[in-house]
Design a protein. Structure first.
Length: 250
């Protein structure tokens, strides 16, 4: 029970990495507020966790929805001491082919919503004597890639915002770290590969970028998230962890 007495908010908690992290948090004793737009998916995850889960349907880009997330979590559980900012989108494109709408939507979901919710929970964490904020960035928040200009820029913003927040809030015993996954087997990845002209070739091409010989799975991310949420990582802040099968080692 590594997360006993922890109260966590997880965005994008209904599928993929968010779901895996929510289930892992629940197994380790945390009470978890599951946040997302697709209530049916959240309720399914909550049913697997049990009574220690709360479902809060919300659009992470809507500040009023985020205020509601915090209010409902505090009303149900009393406080917040872990935040996992997992919600994100990917719109492929170069700097030339991407539209202003692509830019605004990507940054609203990947960076602005993360900042808004983090800002909202900071007073709660301060009052609780500390906490842990975990941001899901990307290996493309560390290195570049073709046809990912806007996405990589947004994840680079997440990585540097993580480091700045870690410095600003360390005196309050609030730790801020980010996880930087490579290609993980999620609905988003599956949909992108399925739409490729040759899905099998597209999949093999992505596997070939990882020396370990496979794509990631959501539980590869959940294990690190549990560690960063737990007191085991009490001396870890401002770090960006590649979880990438060797992608950034090449």
């Amino acid at each position: 029970m590594r997360l006993r007495d922890k109260i966590a908010i997880i965005t994008g908690g209904g599928t993929g990495m968010g779901r895996a992290c929510a289930l892992a948090f629940g197994r380790e004793g945390a009470r978890v507020a599951l946040v997302g737009r697709r209530k049916q998916h959240l309720e399914q995850v909550a049913s697997e966790i049990g009574d220690s889960a709360l479902v809060v349907s919300a659009d992470v880009c809507n500040p009023r929805d985020l205020e509601n997330v915090l209010a409902k979590t505090v009303a149900a559980f009393g406080s917040v001491n872990v935040l996992l900012n997992n919600a994100g989108i990917l719109i492929p494109g170069t700097a030339e082919t991407s539209t202003e709408e692509d830019w605004d939507r990507t940054f609203n979901v990947n960076a602005r919503s993360l900042w808004l919710l983090s800002r909202a929970v900071l007073p709660q964490m301060r009052n609780a004597g500390g906490g842990s904020i975990i941001n899901i960035s990307s290996v493309l928040g560390l290195v570049g890639a073709r046809n990912r200009a806007v996405y990589a820029a947004s994840k680079g913003a997440v990585t540097l915002l993580t480091k700045c927040m870690a410095l600003d809030h360390a005196p309050d015993h609030i730790r801020v770290n980010c996880i930087c996954p490579s290609y993980v087997e999620t609905d988003l990845t599956a949909d992108y590969i399925r739409k490729a002209p040759d899905p099998a070739a597209a999949r093999e091409e992505r596997i070939s970028k990882h020396p370990i010989g496979r794509l990631g799975v959501p539980n590869d991310i959940a294990g690190l998230a549990v560690y960063l949420a737990s007191d085991e990582s009490s001396w870890v802040t401002g770090a960006a962890f590649p979880v990438d099968g060797g992608f950034t080692a090449i």
